[in-house]
Design a binder for this molecule. Structure first.
Ligand code: FES
Length: 137
């Protein structure tokens, strides 16, 4: 209950304050705002998602088809210096920031110094030809 009160307070402060509360557990990145996207995979705008390693950016969300064929999603905003340069790296099977090279696991855990604050990732559910992208609860 006390921790909940702290997080409620921290929600009113910059993200770095809340990240400090989870010191040593950098892969926990609280959702900043609700995400609720639904895309139609048959839409030509998302043709890149037909191939493993392909990705698109929709409303500041990077949606990718990973090397193992799963659909994944993360914010396009890097936690290092908030540049909107997150991509999916097919070569590393990881989230990669083109800004200064931050790397993150597909679950959002930072794997180098620039990525140490973790990356916000989203839940992706496939329903036929549609993908539903939302926050993890
Ligand atoms: S802004 Fe992404 S690594 Fe610096």
């Amino acid at each position: 209950m006390f921790l909940g009160q702290i997080c409620l307070f921290a929600a009113l402060k910059p993200l770095s304050v809340c990240a400090h509360l989870f010191e040593g557990n950098y892969d926990l990145v609280p959702a900043a705002e609700p995400i609720n996207l639904r895309i139609n995979l048959t839409d030509p705008a998302y043709a890149k998602l037909q191939k493993k390693g392909g990705f698109v950016v929709v409303e500041e969300v990077v949606i990718a088809k990973s090397n193992d064929g799963n659909f994944i999603a993360a914010t396009v905003v890097c936690s290092h210096m908030q540049q909107k340069k997150i991509t999916y790296s097919k070569d590393q099977n990881a989230w990669l920031c083109k800004g200064h090279g931050a790397t993150y696991t597909l679950q959002g855990k930072g794997t180098n110094e620039h990525g140490k604050n973790g990356l916000r990732v989203y839940k992706v559910v496939q329903e036929g030809d549609f993908l539903q992208i939302s926050n993890f609860n």
